[in-house]
Design a protein around this ligand. Sequence first.
Ligand code: SAH
Ligand code: MG
Length: 203
Amino acid sequence: MKLPIDIDLVKGFLDPVEGEALHQYCVTTTRLGPCLEVGSYCGKSTVYLGDACRSQGSTLFAVDHHRGSEEHQPGEAYHDTELFDSQVELMDSFRTFRKTMRVADLEDTVVPIVSPSGVAARHWATPLGMVFIDGGHSLEAAMTDYRAWAMHIVPGGVLAIHDIFKDPADGGQAPYTIFQLALASGLFCELPMVKTLGLLRRF
Ligand code: SAH
Ligand code: MG
């Protein structure tokens, strides 16, 4: 896989092996419907999924309010001062995200939705071939993402959830909680994990 941009130059939180898995599953699900991600940040995962969509003539909806998750706020572990808009005293990753999309030539493939996930979902009615959840890691945020988007995945489609830590010592449990909810729903079967990327296929 040859990406349209040097992916190491894009800020973000995705292992290249996870990115390649996203790319592969995305290519194979575009015939079922477009792809949607929650949590784009500066566009790292968006480049992998967007490149897959572009190769198939499909579309990626990229949902993010671009105000950062809890861990991105000033004083928190993953705060990046370059992404802080001091005029309004808020995080703003959208400028950088747009630049990534332009440089990667993805502006005709990726539809940015600058909104909280729950708001973007309110009137959503388009069946989806793949959903990638990588938004907020509070239980409330993760539950909102799961409730909002998982039901739009068509049979044969894929639900991917980032930051799955089966051992609580390794990280927060909210993504793993929704992963288990998806399995318990009986609507999904488990695919092999790729690092911290949980993967499920809709029956
Ligand atoms: N997928 C990215 C990393 C995402 S970081 C990568 O590959 O690097 C998580 C992102 O989720 C942040 O940009 C944050 O703004 C966004 N986010 C957190 N809670 C959200 C919510 N409720 N609605 C929309 N976006 C949210
Ligand atoms: Mg993540």
